[in-house]
Design a protein around this ligand. Structure first.
Ligand code: HEC
Ligand code: HEC
Ligand code: HEC
Ligand code: HEC
Ligand code: HEC
Length: 487
């Protein structure tokens, strides 16, 4: 009895101490303790056993629906995505393997902890490593170490991966999921462990909260944007919008009603229509009609999500009874985080507007992409601008250490933009057409990344890309309104 008391006491005591003396606390903000995080700057942890990772093709045998949904998702493509591979190759070139480890930790976590992947490229890799954010990455998550990270939050892949455990009767695969274990769960192939994290945004947060590998500057803050907003307050998680079909997403966003158990899907669909488009092209070229149809479905879903995310409102402002300004209000209606989110210094959302007079002559126009795919100067963009040292503009995540501005739109919030108009000799009434447009990146940036892909990814051979095509643009929402010249 006495020994029990003592050991309980020492456990409690060390817990209290632990809160104050976490090894990380003594260090400067941003630094991580290599003892706690052996894969740093990735904060992954791994509990190996004889039961190692299982590739998705094996899970598909018993979970065909989830496999079909996950296939051609951005998670399935997280490693092979040519845009990512281009940037990774650049990172290796400009910084070296220490930064690459951080990237690999999120884009193929199993590949990092097993030691299989240490650089860019795809040749010679196992199905498991190629599968990126695969079934057995998420369903081996036994917990996270967010309380031990510099900001005491899940970030930079602070996941604990435990694909199995060794028992007296041999190794057992452990799969963590949202529900309590039932009889025969896993059909003898794996045991089922209930993991509350799978119903929480904190599962996703580990990878959707990206900080600079040295300075800890927040580079992608999707989780924190969500956490500070109305969806978190109302219990709507990432899963409730991204692991459901479009109709269910609209219901979650508009009514804060949580989806039913049977409504969850493994689409992980966001906005990246460009990569789905590339995958469809590759599948068609390879003669895989089924994969092409799947990628097309994901493409349409991403476009549909973008087209329901925002709203526009146009208000004329008169001064001395004369039209003086047009106010455009851009509302983030249904994104659970800022619009846009994540790579906000790369993604582009901007306003295009044309005002015509009664005769149809153009009074003013702004935001039209030119033949080279370039936006005109002074266009109203809702994004951020990253900076390196000495206030110079920077794009690459290893260079960005601060932001000159953050003009993204908070969830259920808006931004107003004012345009001065001078009707001059033009006769009213005027017609204004305003469109909110989205693309993944500036033409120049996409070009540079695709030019940097490692040699074992032949863009012409795989995707049929011989020259850089014009980056497609999605019109998120558009309004046309008549405005009188005076009041
Ligand atoms: C903490 C996890 C994490 C780390 C670390 C990380 N990424 Fe990512 N990366 C993401 C997520 C999540 C996205 C998706 C964001 C989106 O699409 O909105 C992403 C998207 C990208 C994209 C855009 C791909 C596209 O098709 O548009 C590129 C490029 C990229 N990452 C490169 C890198 C490189 C290079 C590194 C290492 C320097 C890195 N990432 C480190 C999580 C991470
Ligand atoms: C990014 C993380 C992630 C990936 C990748 C992932 N899952 Fe899941 N999975 C989840 C989450 C979160 C839930 C819980 C959703 C819910 O509340 O039902 C879930 C639920 C499940 C369930 C139980 C509920 C159901 O839908 O019947 C099964 C089975 C499952 N996943 C299998 C798979 C398989 C097979 C794959 C690969 C083809 C996979 N998962 C890939 C996160 C993931
Ligand atoms: C031999 C068949 C079989 C294979 C292979 C298999 N599972 Fe399962 N799994 C089942 C059965 C049966 C259930 C219980 C019914 C259900 O949810 O589909 C289950 C349930 C699950 C659940 C739900 C657990 C919960 O929360 O209740 C998850 C998650 C899961 N499996 C993940 C995986 C992953 C990941 C793989 C591949 C690494 C995999 N399974 C491979 C048969 C299998
Ligand atoms: C192990 C890391 C990891 C986890 C855990 C994870 N993601 Fe991701 N996710 C990524 C990466 C990496 C990408 C981007 C791949 C790329 O662009 O090449 C991504 C992409 C996405 C996208 C597509 C973004 C776009 O631009 O279209 C969505 C949506 C998404 N994740 C949602 C989720 C949700 C919801 C969860 C939690 C259930 C989750 N993710 C958990 C790493 C992760
Ligand atoms: C209320 C619904 C809703 C919730 C909750 C939500 N999202 Fe989204 N998300 C959207 C919509 C709509 C878009 C498309 C518009 C955009 O790009 O912001 C999107 C886009 C994304 C993208 C792609 C951004 C880009 O431009 O490449 C990622 C990544 C993402 N979400 C991750 C998450 C994660 C992680 C969470 C939880 C922390 C989350 N989302 C919560 C609705 C939601």
């Amino acid at each position: 009895m006495k020994t029990l008391n003592v050991s309980l006491f020492s456990v409690a005591f060390s817990m209290v101490l632990g809160l104050w003396l976490l090894p990380g606390v003594a260090q400067a903000m941003g630094e991580v303790d290599p003892q706690l995080f052996p894969y740093n700057p990735s904060l992954l942890r791994y509990q190996p056993s004889q039961a190692t990772f299982t590739p998705p093709q094996t899970c598909a045998g018993c979970h065909p629906r989830q496999y079909e949904e996950w296939t051609a998702s951005m998670h399935a493509l997280a490693w092979q995505d040519p845009v990512y591979q281009g940037e990774l190759a650049k990172a290796l070139d400009e910084v070296g393997p220490e930064v690459a480890k951080q990237c690999i930790g999120c884009h193929t976590p199993a590949g990092l902890v097993t030691g299989e992947v240490s650089g860019a490229g795809v040749s010679g890799l196992s199905d498991m490593a190629l599968a990126g954010v695969s079934c057995d990455v998420c369903h081996s998550v036994s917990g996270h170490s967010g309380w031990e990270t510099p900001y005491r939050q899940p970030e930079n892949a602070s996941l604990i991966l435990s694909p199995g455990r060794d028992t007296a009767d041999g190794p057992v695969r452990t799969k963590y999921g949202p529900y309590a274990d039932q009889d025969h769960c896993g059909a003898g192939f794996h045991e089922c462990v209930e993991q509350p994290l799978h119903k929480q945004a904190e599962l996703c947060a580990n990878c959707h909260q990206v900080h600079h590998y040295q300075t800890h500057t927040p580079l992608e803050s999707t989780y924190r944007e969500w956490k500070d907003g109305p969806y978190q307050v109302n219990g709507i998680t990432c899963q409730d919008c991204h692991m459901v079909d479009i109709a269910t997403f609209l219901r979650s966003a508009d009514t804060f009603q949580k989806p039913q158990r049977g409504e969850y899907r493994h689409y992980f669909n966001g906005a990246n229509f460009l990569v789905y488009f590339l995958v469809e092209q590759a599948a068609l070229k390879a003669g895989d009609a089924k994969l092409a149809a799947n990628a097309r479905e994901k493409y349409e879903m991403a476009v549909a999500r973008l087209q329901t995310a925002a709203d526009l409102e146009l208000t004329p402002i008169y001064r001395d009874e004369q039209l003086a300004e047009l106010r455009v209000r851009v509302k983030n209606r249904r994104a659970g985080h800022n619009l846009p989110t994540s790579l906000t210094n790369i993604r582009q959302i901007w306003l295009e507007m044309t005002v015509k007079d009664a005769a149809g002559k153009v009074v003013m126009t702004t935001g039209t992409v030119d033949e080279q795919g370039k936006l005109p100067p002074y266009v109203r963009k809702f994004n951020s601008e990253g900076m390196g040292e000495n206030f110079h503009f920077a794009l690459d995540p290893w260079e960005v250490i601060s932001f000159a501005r953050h003009d993204t739109i908070p969830p259920r919030g808006y931004r107003d933009v004012y345009y001065g108009v001078n009707p001059g000799h033009h006769q009213g009434p005027f017609t204004a057409e305003v469109t909110l447009r989205y693309r993944q990146a500036e033409q120049k940036v996409a070009h540079a990344l695709l030019a940097a892909v490692p040699e074992d990814i032949d863009l012409a051979e795989i995707y049929g890309l011989t020259a850089m095509p014009d980056l497609p643009v999605v019109d998120m929402v558009s309004i046309t309104q008549t405005i009188t010249a005076d009041r």
